[in-house]
Design a binder for this molecule. Structure first.
Ligand SMILES: [Zn+2]
Length: 411
């Protein structure tokens, strides 16, 4: 990536001071400005998140294992507020094939849901029977990988972001040579010996289990404990607690200087992580959106903000809003809502960084950007300008992720 200096000459990123980002050739031995000084967005980089330098990369291919408009759960189990018109949360389930460029080793990040959910735990089976969970799957991840020319035998490891049913797939369909990787705090009790367990015995048997114990790592990235999976800086697993014990995210280096943050279920809707002051700074919302959201976003459809008085008749002001529009719901699928909020606050810095594309497992707003064709390579997201198109798309009324219109009542 090239940057242009005030003099109009092209500078590579390495030509900038790592500490304060002044061009080296202009200010040798300069005094670093205080860290609180806001950097212009074009000088922000992955260095600001503490991501080590490396030229080692991975290729990331995203799959969608479901028809997003056919899948739904009750939104109030995930987020709040939920307007009367938005009781159902319809979502895709993204899974990822990650190929280590240097060695060709293949790993998966999340497996999606299995087709036969009626054969999993009684609680999930009952929710499927009663219609609380609607998740028809035409081609599951293993079948889609086969269609793509990738056989299960070639996968060296399956990585779970966490142990919920829509992420763990059916591990028994992979050969014994496929390791299973997960956060060390993942609950590992299985049915039938533990009747309340969320995992089946077949989920954990017949292969090498690789729990990632982050306490052993001194590496921190963006405030999260990190594990360098391939040992060369191409794939970091991050300890991102809150949603479920053991929840992890993946930070993939798709070029030496650009990354995809695979967020799992750290948040379910991008309105739970956007906006932030930093995002406004890096990616100012287009004037047309600032104007349209004054009318399209109802104050009853968004979480209250400490800095904005929602009791007034003033219209929504996107530019003034510096906290996410949606909050984590208590008592639903989030095991520890306060910790989930703390993790989301850290993810906000990744989301505001021009070198990182945040991809949540169920981010329906990305369907208009990445889709409609899956599998989709994410490797060139930066040069294709996907982030500029993606960050505010959820606030466009025509976007499938828009859920902020005026409704008469709240749930
Ligand atoms: Zn999920």
């Amino acid at each position: 990536m090239l940057l242009t200096s005030r003099q109009g000459t092209h500078l590579a990123k390495d030509d900038f001071c790592l500490s304060c980002h002044h061009p080296r050739n202009v200010l040798e031995d300069h005094i670093h400005p205080p860290r609180a000084l806001k950097l212009p967005a074009y000088l922000m980089s992955f260095h600001d998140l503490g991501i080590p330098r490396s030229t080692a990369t991975v290729c990331v291919t995203a799959f969608n294992v479901v028809d997003a408009r056919a899948v739904s759960v009750l939104a109030n189990t995930l987020m709040k507020p939920v307007g009367a018109s938005y009781e159902l949360f319809r979502f895709p389930i993204f899974t990822f094939l990650i190929t280590h460029t240097a060695s060709g080793r293949r790993v998966l990040f999340d497996l999606g849901a299995r087709k036969d959910l009626e054969n999993t735990t009684p609680a999930i089976a009952e929710d499927v029977r009663s219609g609380l969970i609607v998740m028809p799957i035409a081609r599951d991840f293993v079948e889609q990988l086969g269609d793509y020319g990738v056989q299960a035998e070639s996968i060296s490891a399956a990585i779970w972001s966490h142990a919920h049913f829509d992420h763990i797939g059916d591990v028994s369909r992979f050969p014994a040579s496929t390791d299973l990787v997960f956060g060390d705090a993942t609950p590992r009790k299985t049915r039938p010996s533990h009747p309340q367990a969320m995992l089946m015995e077949s989920d954990l048997t017949g292969r090498k289990l690789v729990p990632i114990a982050f306490d052993d790592s001194s590496l921190q990235i963006g405030g999260f404990k990190a594990h360098d999976y391939f040992g060369d800086g191409s794939l970091y697993l991050l300890d991102v607690p809150g949603h479920l014990s053991g929840h992890i995210c993946a930070l993939t280096r798709v070029t030496p200087t650009s990354f995809c943050f695979l967020g799992g279920d750290a948040a379910h809707h991008v309105g739970m992580i956007r906006p932030t002051a930093a995002l406004h700074h890096s990616f100012p919302a287009p004037p047309a959106l600032l104007a349209s959201t004054k009318h399209s976003v109802a104050l009853t459809a968004i979480a209250p903000s400490a800095s904005i008085d929602t009791d007034t008749d003033q219209p929504f002001d996107l530019a003034a809003r510096t906290t996410p529009l949606l909050d984590v719901a208590e008592g639903g699928y989030y095991e520890d809502a306060p910790t989930a909020r703390a993790s989301i606050a850290l993810i906000g810095a990744f989301d505001a960084n021009p070198d990182v594309l945040v991809v949540l497992a169920h981010d329906e707003s990305l369907l208009d950007i990445v889709g409609p064709e899956f599998p989709a390579s994410l490797d060139r997201w930066q040069e294709r300008g996907w982030k500029e198109r993606a960050v505010w798309a959820f606030l466009e009324e025509g976007n499938v992720a828009f859920r902020f219109g005026d409704t008469k009542e709240e749930v």
